[in-house]
Design a protein around this ligand. Structure first.
Ligand SMILES: Nc1ncnc2c1ncn2[C@@H]1O[C@H](COP(=O)(O)OP(=O)(O)OP(=O)(O)O)[C@@H](O)[C@H]1O
Length: 633
């Protein structure tokens, strides 16, 4: 462990002989606490000497009185402790002077002392009071005192020098106690300055090592600090830049507005030296007053990189596409054709429209396309447009800025377009998207940028959209429920997925795979391939309005039914009609399909006690489809 040595202030006492003599008598008393250098000198000589001390860095604080103190204070950026004249000291000096004569001259630096009138009456003496600011003025005071035959003078140590020259007796107005207090003040000032300096050193060390270019100006817009990256950007060494007007050095970085208004300016974009910079401007205040301003420039490429890595970290928390073309089951000709087309589409980066009845596998195809595309390693984000009311869908898709509406989250929220940046956004049930949002979507597809709700800045997004619909979009366009321009935009590559009843050859392989999966989940060792032939005729006859999702649902129920038995041979298949009743009902005539859907939906919903999620599951349709079936009432 290292321990810092206690700070030992280096003080410099500058005055004339008489006061310096006082200081000399105190050196021993302070030997343990400070190094005190005592110097004779005043006015210009004192200042020259002090400047030299500052240049050498050998002094932490100065101590002086009267004129010297004022001069040092104004000219130096160093702590200066002033030895103060107290009323009591003045009284003592006058009492001593009275022993010589009751006509006393008082010569002080600066302004006359008002209390002197009261003191002189108290002591019953005659006082001629003069104030000086320069040695010449002091000399003139003495000329007047000599003319008026004054023999004794009270004043500073300079005054005592003059008194000697004019043959008068001088009495120092400062006491030893005042000098001691001056030294104590200087020790305190040196300590405070040292702390300040070490804080400044730490801070400037930080600024110096920042990658960002930083520059500060004073109230007059002159450069007072900058770090190496800023030096590099401005193409000149620090020495040539300090104290210069920023306006003349680089008007593009001007802080005039910040100094004038005190307003912060964040994330402005600036082109300088053939690069894009993100610029922050901020005022510097001291005790509420603007004393300067600072500008920070971030290289836009760094921000881009950070943005990319942030987005890629967030990607791990996002839903990704699990399915690929290899995991799709089907061997029918229509299915194989659909797969081949989808694989072709995957090689492009264009918007794709997938159409087909509910449950045919549109989302599955969207995932497979994404995974076969160049965006495979990027996010795949899916949203069902029918599942949200309009306002919520809007904020889900485009996100919102903080304060966009009552209750909006602090810091705002990024929407799915941002979440899907560099990847794929799957917009399911696009036909259910409200027309106002269709307009916004079209703009995003054209401009490739989004604006969050309540936000002003456009955010560039690189997203491939795959839209899906079970509705005939062309009819919706004719009925003005879907924007024609958006329809053409998303319909560039169109893939229609055939219903399950149009590809009956797929029923067996799908049913076998789905049944095997369900049995496996239940921990049953029954062989799906051996069970299937007994139910396949029923499956093959069924019209599958809910397509593969409905088949999946029936396979789940069959698996629960079969798993009561340990061996395939023990199973009583006739009982299956209770668990999978729909397979044993007569098919509804095609003409009354919609009415049939509605009735089935109602019945199942009633059977599930109004639980829509459960009803949708039993029917093998999505909740959005259930809602649609019921709505068609
Ligand atoms: N060819 C297939 N192979 C394996 N599983 C499939 C296949 N097609 C569909 N499925 C399964 O059927 C279910 C429904 O598929 P998906 O959600 O992709 O249909 P969809 O057309 O998007 O439905 P909706 O229009 O109701 O949203 C999913 O569980 C999916 O895994």
């Amino acid at each position: 462990m290292t321990t810092d040595r206690p700070f030992r202030p280096r003080l410099c006492f500058i005055s004339y002989r008489h006061l310096s003599h006082f200081a000399m008598t105190l050196l021993d008393e302070y030997a343990d606490r400070a190094d005190i250098e005592v110097v004779n000198g005043s006015f210009d000589a004192a200042l020259t000497f002090a400047r030299e001390r500052m240049r050498l860095g050998t002094t932490d604080a100065f101590i002086s009185a009267g004129a010297n103190a004022t001069i040092l204070r104004t000219a130096l950026r160093a702590p200066v402790a002033t030895i103060k004249l107290s009323g009591f000291d003045l009284l003592l000096a006058l009492m001593n002077a009275r022993r010589v004569s009751n006509r006393v001259g008082v010569v002080m630096y600066g302004a006359p002392i008002p209390e002197l009138d009261a003191i002189k009456d108290l002591l019953n003496i005659e006082v001629a009071q003069y104030a000086y600011r320069t040695p010449d003025e002091a000399r003139h005071c003495f000329a007047l005192l000599a003319r008026d035959r004054y023999e004794v003078v009270v004043g500073s140590s300079l005054v005592l020098e003059f008194a000697e020259q004019y043959g008068m007796q001088g009495h120092l107005a400062y006491s030893l106690a005042a000098v001691r207090q001056g030294i104590e003040d200087a020790i305190e000032l040196a300590r405070a300055a040292r702390q300040e300096a070490s804080r400044y050193e730490q801070l400037s060390g930080v600024v110096h090592n920042l990658q960002e270019a930083v520059l500060a100006v004073d109230r007059e817009h002159r450069i007072v600090a900058l770090n190496p990256p800023m030096e590099k950007l401005l193409g000149r060494p620090q020495a040539q830049l300090l104290r210069q007007s920023l306006e003349t050095i680089e008007p593009a970085l001007s802080l005039a507005h910040t100094l004038e208004t005190g307003a912060q300016d964040r994330a402005a974009v600036l082109r300088l030296s053939q690069r894009d910079w993100i610029v922050n401007r901020t005022p510097i205040r001291e005790h509420g007053q603007i004393v300067g301003a600072a500008i920070t420039l971030y290289d836009a490429r760094t921000i881009h990189d950070a943005d990319a890595s942030l987005r890629s970290q967030q990607r791990h928390r996002q839903p990704t596409a699990r399915h690929s073309f290899d995991s799709l089951i089907g061997q029918s000709e229509p299915f194989r054709r659909a797969c081949a087309t989808a694989q072709r589409f995957a090689r492009t980066d264009m918007t794709i429209l997938l159409s087909g009845e509910s449950g045919v596998g549109k989302e599955l195809f969207a995932q497979a396309i994404h995974n076969a595309s160049s965006r495979a390693a990027r996010p795949f984000v899916a949203i069902n447009c029918a599942a949200f009311p309009e306002s919520l869908l809007e904020s889900e898709l485009f996100g919102y800025d903080e304060g966009a509406f009552t209750g909006s989250r602090r810091g705002g929220k990024r929407g799915l377009f941002e979440a899907a940046h560099t990847g794929t956004l799957f917009l399911d049930e696009i036909g259910d998207m409200p027309v106002s949002l269709q307009t916004r979507l079209l703009r995003v597809l054209q401009e490739r940028e989004i604006v969050r709700l309540g936000g002003a800045l456009p955010i560039p997004v690189n997203v491939r959209v795959i839209a899906a619909t079970h509705q005939p979009l062309r009819e919706l366009v004719a009925g003005r429920q879907f924007r024609q321009d958006l329809y053409y935009r998303i319909n560039t590559l169109h893939l229609h997925l055939p219903a399950l009843r149009e590809r009956p050859e797929d029923i067996a392989p799908l049913a076998e795979a789905l049944l095997r999966r369900s049995l496996g989940r239940l921990g049953s060792s029954l062989d799906a391939a051996r069970l299937l032939p007994r139910v396949l005729p029923r499956l093959a006859e069924f019209p599958w309005p809910g397509n593969v999702r409905e088949l999946e649902n029936i396979c789940d129920r069959m698996a629960v039914f079969f798993s009561q038995w340990r061996h395939e041979d023990e199973i009583d298949f006739t009982e299956l009609r209770h668990d999978c009743a729909e397979l044993y009902e007569d098919a509804a005539p095609a003409s009354s399909q919609r009415t049939g859907d509605r009735h089935r939906a109602r019945e199942v919903l009633d059977a599930c006690g109004g639980n829509r999620q459960e009803a949708a599951k039993r029917l093998g349709i999505s909740r959005a489809t259930l809602w649609r079936w019921l709505r068609d009432d």
